[in-house]
Design a protein around this ligand. Structure first.
Ligand code: PMP
Length: 370
């Protein structure tokens, strides 16, 4: 089988497996006050620090709240600050129309609770028009939330620039980024963001673990009540084994990062060039897309039919994102291209440093015969 769906999830790597096995040898509840509990809490603390350090964030300024993944982290970030600040009149939220459903859905729910939501305008390559974004900022703007990398097209947003601009010019406005598709794929300087969400199964760890990183001074209301925790923002017993595994998986993913990145870039440009030679194929990913994600349309063939054809030939790719796989048209491609035909026939191939050239060659051969 040829797996080309790494942006849906990555296989669990040896580093994550070794770390979880090690952590299982320290069985205490991190919330217990006896020595076994304390050593478990200490391990979590070291792992939280390691993750912050790997992301270039100062643990004096930032803290990591372990969650079940990015969906929970995004919900906690948005609902948590809205609940805290909307009674003071801060009800305005700016986002984009390219966000994952775990941003879009909580924002729809918040709209029913009085949130005023605006979408930042996008430039022709799908990146945020920062001047247009600035025009939307007003006195009661609470937060700007922009995903670092779009899961379907790979569009990379200038989050460093946006975060710095907001911090310098509008210090009372919070900036959150959903970095789920960025961490492990590209390096960003996140030091000017206020909050950041991610999921560890996108970087060769288990599903069901991730986190929300936030500035210590950023206050939010916990969304789960009851049960003490090592972090007061997310109650319940933290899974020390998964946190340890996430920390090891991130270290391993970022090890030799440049070499892995260059390899993926070469594979991406080979694939892109070869696909572009096939009549009826249009590449949808813009020049600025991350090399791990390539979106294209095979005009005249429905996305699901192409996916089925490839999967019968043991190649696994996706139509849109795994989380919105049951609609017949890609909303992101429709929005970006304004072309229904392209939106109905688009698919996403996502590759990794583990991808082999002969896997790409087989995909190209099959596309010639599709
Ligand atoms: N944000 C983005 C950009 C994603 O791609 C995903 C997962 N596909 C999520 C959030 C949600 O992650 P999880 O399902 O692990 O909670």
């Amino acid at each position: 089988m040829i797996y080309l769906d790494y942006s849906a999830t990555t296989p669990v790597g040896d580093a994550a497996i070794r770390a979880i096995a090690d952590a299982c040898k320290a069985p205490g509840n991190p919330n217990s006050v006896h020595s076994t509990g304390l050593s478990s809490a200490k391990m979590i603390e070291a792992d939280r620090e390691n993750i912050l350090k790997l992301l270039g964030l100062d643990s004096e300024i930032f803290e990591l709240i372990p969650t079940s993944g990015a969906t929970e982290a995004n919900n906690l970030a948005l609902k948590g600050v809205f609940e805290r600040f909307s009674p003071k009149g801060k009800k305005h939220i700016i986002t984009t129309q390219l966000e994952h459903s775990s941003i879009a859905a909580p924002l729809s729910a918040l709209q029913k609770a009085g949130a005023e939501v605006d979408f930042a305008p996008l430039l022709s390559d799908g990146t945020v028009d920062i001047e247009g974004l600035e025009k939307l900022i007003r006195e009661n703007t609470l937060i700007v939330s922009i995903g670092a990398v779009n899961s379907e097209t790979g569009i990379r947003q200038p989050v460093e620039k946006i975060a710095r601009f907001i911090k310098e010019k509008y210090p009372s406005v919070l900036f959150h980024t959903d970095a789920t598709q960025a961490i492990g794929k590209v390096k960003n300087d996140y030091s000017d963001v206020d909050m950041l969400s991610f999921s560890a199964h996108k970087f060769y760890c288990f599903k069901g673990i991730g986190g929300l990183i936030k500035r210590k001074k950023t206050v939010l209301i916990p969304q789960m009540k009851g049960g003490s925790s090592t972090t007061k923002f997310r109650s319940g017993t933290p899974c020390s084994e998964l946190i340890h595994s996430m920390s090891a998986a991130l270290s391993d993913t970022l090890c030799d990062f440049e070499a892995k990145y260059e390899r993926v870039k070469r594979l991406n440009s080979y694939l892109k060039n070869e696909l572009a030679k096939i009549p009826d194929i249009v590449i949808n990913s813009a020049q600025n897309a991350v090399p791990q994600i390539l979106n294209f349309s095979y005009l005249g063939t429905k996305s699901a039919d192409l996916q089925h054809y490839l999967s019968e030939n043991e190649i696994f790719i996706s139509t849109g994102t795994a989380c919105a796989a049951h609609t017949d048209m890609s909303a992101a491609i429709l929005m970006l291209t304004g072309d229904e035909e392209k939106a109905k026939s688009s698919v996403r191939v996502s590759i990794s440093f583990m991808t082999e050239i002969d896997e790409i060659e087989k995909l190209v051969r099959l596309m010639h015969n599709a």
